[in-house]
Design a binder for this molecule. Structure first.
Ligand code: AMP
Length: 143
């Protein structure tokens, strides 16, 4: 995936936005959607995406980037509270050289605990019941 590639409307996150693919949603508004990463690097790993069709940091509009940041800013304390995480990472990858695998702009929120290593990027499928229970806790922490 090159940074200059045209937007692929069949990418998995575009299909999640159109409800053609299932996702475990934790938050949504007019401009953004947040859902559980199905291959979490630590428990509680959440993704925030714009509804707008944008591939990466170079092609997203500043308004959509700001909306994603605003949603991440709202969600991070809820994720932290739900997971009792003393720290968390916010990450956003651009191009396959940087490790981006899905060509729709997204921000990762990854809870971190001292001494608890992260799994590799997109390596291990989560247990769906466990993911749904974590999502329930995050949604509860948001209210
Ligand atoms: P990146 O490698 O930065 O493009 O991140 C893509 C992320 O999307 C990885 O962490 C994957 O585990 C995650 N992912 C891939 N497919 C899905 C899906 N269907 N639902 C939720 N997360 C997904």
């Amino acid at each position: 995936m090159q940074l200059t590639d045209a937007y692929d409307p069949q990418n998995i996150f575009a299909r999640i936005l159109r409800d053609e693919m299932p996702s475990i949603r934790v938050y949504e508004d007019e401009m953004t959607l947040a859902f559980m990463d199905i291959m979490p690097q630590t428990p509680g790993h959440v993704l925030v995406i714009p509804r707008a069709a944008s591939t990466n940091f170079l092609t997203i509009s500043p308004e959509d980037a700001a909306a994603v940041m605003s949603t991440a800013h709202k969600l991070a304390p809820a994720v932290q509270h739900a997971m009792q995480a003393p720290g968390f990472m916010v990450a956003q990858l651009n191009g396959s050289a940087a490790g981006q695998t899905v060509p729709h702009y997204h921000m990762h929120i990854i809870p971190r605990h001292e001494g608890l290593e992260m799994l590799g990027h997109g390596t291990q499928m989560a247990d769906m019941d466990e993911l749904a229970e974590i999502a329930r806790r995050i949604r509860a922490a948001l209210t």
